[in-house]
Design a protein around this ligand. Structure first.
Ligand code: GLN
Length: 542
């Protein structure tokens, strides 16, 4: 079959939504009946995103096969409603690692192995492999970073070579930014012109320019960009800020973008079907009910700047679940450290319909989280704990219900008398030997659900599979004791006996999961536990 490729590259500056643009382009082509897959290229030397601080890099998105990838992979999965895997993700580190290993294995048959062409050739091999594995009509390839950077030049080189080999089936999209300087009040096109020229100097000419900006681009500017950047006016696309990223596919379609792309590819598929998608995207603006969720965590601030990127999949999952419950959602970030220094009182949590504690690592802010859990347990506020949020819920229970006041996770207190969250010998060895990269319990594992529990009811089936990313786990020595006192183990991994879900008897919704359900939520197929959490929060509200 013919595989077609669309490379998406960024110009002017980073952080303008290249990932969402890539995902939205994929979505509109998919809505025309095309089979679409997506690849993210990260120019870092890191082999994966797992070793990066979420404050610096945002969320680490985990695939079913346990790859620790970039958050854009989450955008692709959500927009395309597809499970991607490690073949959809590459970094500079990963590409070099393969080339060096091949060289060690004599696979280059004695040749001098050079940065060019061997690195781009490995990039091309990976791109083509992902396309053929997915049997994709169209493969979206997002090249991280911005044109003109030293870091991504070899990836652009790979893209150029693919175009040289098969010009009819490779397109380029430049995602640019049109600033409106305050003192001028006018949208400026010059940075985009320079970005186009920079891309040209890498031997690549954009077929489309997606112009991000605070506002719509007007006709004169579209015409100007068309002439100065040498692209047709209908290939200059305006992408202003919109209230929700889920509006972007429709925004592109209003400009006929999928038709223009498909014409370039000489394809004539069915007409677009975005009806359900558009309905989903408009609930936030139209719903009568509101649900107010507090997210208690710690990866929130770097200096003056608040970063919600570190929990992007959690945020999106909450939105999907609220919209499926016909409610608009209000979310508030609560830094758990503020409960520790007393700058916020615990009873501030009472304004929320539900509290969610997402995953996390380390010591900072932990006592603040534990007190929030206690507050939700005692005041019967719906509580949903993900990964660390589940582990700390068991710590709270051990301390305050079982009376084991020194109980802890060994991640924070290695010498605790009551290690209700502990670590297995293999993981202990990994930590001792500083083997941190890719060594957590990662990816999809089965979970058997206990009949009659909130979890079993929410999922509506006896066994599920969920994605994981953790090193520590519940210590089964405490299983009988917590169950006797009212904390039920409602989900267990059948192969290992590891505890996957706990919940409280006699509480409207108190659920902690060892896995990350947020990686499975899709806009039109919200995650069952998120959906049940929002439903319980709406009841709490009324
Ligand atoms: N820090 C905990 C662990 O490693 C929880 C991880 C998480 O929340 N993703 O087990």
């Amino acid at each position: 079959m013919t595989h077609r490729y669309i490379f998406v590259v960024g110009g002017v500056m980073s952080g303008v939504g290249k990932g969402v643009t890539t995902a939205s382009l994929g979505k509109i082509l998919q809505s025309r009946g095309m089979h679409v897959t997506a690849i993210k290229i990260d120019p870092y030397v890191n082999v994966d995103a797992g070793t990066m601080n979420p404050l610096e890099h945002g969320e680490v998105f985990v695939t079913n096969d346990g790859d620790e990838t970039d958050q854009d992979m989450g955008n692709y999965e959500r927009f395309l409603d597809a499970d991607l895997s490690s073949i959809n993700y590459m970094t500079t580190g990963r590409v070099y690692q393969t080339v060096i290993q091949k060289e060690r294995n004599l696979e280059y048959k004695g040749k001098c192995v050079e940065v060019v062409p061997h690195i781009p050739l490995e990039v091309i091999r990976r791109i083509k492999h992902a396309a053929s594995q997915a049997k994709a009509d169209i493969t979206m390839v997002e090249v991280g970073g911005t044109v003109g950077e030293y870091q991504n030049i070899l990836f652009l080189e790979a893209a150029r070579m693919m175009h040289l080999e098969d010009p009819e089936n490779v397109l380029f999209v430049l995602v640019s930014y049109l600033p409106v300087p305050k003192h001028l009040g006018e949208m400026k096109t010059k940075p985009t012109q320079y970005a186009t020229r920079t891309l040209n100097s890498a031997g690549i000419h954009p077929d489309f320019i997606v112009c991000r900006g605070e506002q719509y681009m007007d006709k004169p500017r579209r015409e100007k960009l068309s002439i100065f950047c040498n692209v047709k006016p209908d290939a200059v696309i305006t992408a202003p800020d919109v209230p929700s990223i889920y509006h972007i596919p429709a925004l592109f379609e209003e400009q006929g973008l999928s038709s223009t792309i498909l014409k370039k590819f000489r394809l004539k598929p069915r007409s677009s079907d975005l009806k359900k998608w558009k309905a989903m995207a408009s609930v936030q603006e139209n719903a009568k009910k509101t649900v107010k969720i507090g997210v208690v965590g710690k990866y929130f601030s770097t200096g003056e700047y608040t970063l919600s990127d570190s929990y992007i999949s959690v945020i999106e999952s909450l939105k999907h679940a609220a919209w499926a419950n016909n409610a608009r959602i209000e979310m508030e970030w609560i830094n758990s450290e503020h409960f520790e220094d007393g700058s916020i009182k615990l009873n501030n949590l009472s304004i929320f319909d539900g509290i969610l504690v997402p995953g996390g690592f380390g010591t900072r802010g932990i006592e603040g989280v534990i007190s929030s859990v206690k507050y939700c347990r005692e005041k019967k506020i719906p509580y949903f704990g993900l990964c660390y949020g589940m582990q700390l819920a068991t710590v709270e229970f051990a301390r305050n219900v079982l009376g084991k006041t020194g109980a802890h996770t060994v991640e924070v207190d290695e010498a605790t008398k009551d290690p209700i969250i502990h670590v297995n010998p293999i993981q202990r060895k990994n930590i001792r030997e500083n083997r941190y990269g890719g060594t957590m319990r990662l990816g999809a594992y089965d979970c058997d659900l206990k009949p009659g529990t909130i979890a079993r009811k929410a999922y509506g089936k006896p066994t599920v599979s969920e994605r994981h990313r953790h090193r520590y786990e519940f210590n089964n020595e405490y299983a009988a004791t917590i169950e006797k006192k009212g904390m039920m183990i409602s989900g267990v991994n059948p192969q290992t006996g590891l505890v996957e879900i706990v919940e409280l008897k006699g509480h409207p919704f108190f659920v902690g999961v060892q896995f990350h359900p947020e990686f499975h939520s899709r806009p039109l197929r919200p995650h069952p536990l998120f959906k049940a959490f929002i439903a319980a929060s709406l009841i709490h509200h009324s």
